[in-house]
Design a protein around this ligand. Sequence first.
Ligand SMILES: *Cc1c(COP(=O)(O)O)cnc(C)c1O
Length: 237
Amino acid sequence: MSISLDTFLHRLAAVRARIAQACADAGRNPAEVALLPVTKYHPAEVVALVAAAGLAAVGENRVQEAIAKQAQAGVKVRWELIGHLQSNKARLAARHFDRIQSVGSIRLLDALDREAAAAGRILPVLLQINAGNDPAKSGAEPGEAPALLEHALGRTSLRIEGLMTIAPLSDDPLVARRTFASLREIRDALAARFGRPLPELSMGMTGDLAQAIAEGSTMVRVGSALFGERTDPLPNG
Ligand SMILES: *Cc1c(COP(=O)(O)O)cnc(C)c1O
């Protein structure tokens, strides 16, 4: 069951107020922080709510689920993949997503590059870095980031737009804050070393968006604050 447009607009206003407050606290311009509504585990109707509210993109974390919704949603939005991607789904992912945020291995870079070339497109990607050194999270380890980026920059059918991370689950807000600071530092070091700006820093979710904005996030990915708690018990990866 989907929520009403009215409920969605109220929650959207509340999330935007949180983003605005975090920006004010950090001395940042709210126009620098995009909001990506995460519609995973919610029905295709919520994608129509997103479009009705004038938002341009949604985040999904499973390829097959997103493809089914793309057929059902009946509205035009951009689709971003934020969940773990196996190389054997690269063909579908390269054809059905506008950007893939969860690229953490050379093997996956190669598979996506090959499939994007076969589809005749340049595929935008973010490199997922396990900046919180969380054994439960996927993504490249910080020490692997330079080699991953170097390889990525050699792929002619991929466009590397920045970095993404997920903070470890913790009751201590400092854990998330340190993770986000670390992703920004990794980005700054890579940008200097490779002479590429890597402008996108996708970091922050419902529970930790303020910490992410304080550390330079350019995109917060928000699910439960907009659509309610998910019923699916699967972890985020
Ligand atoms: C589910 C998910 C989100 C959104 O999480 P909420 O806590 O519901 O806002 C953001 N990013 C990723 C990678 C996710 O899997």
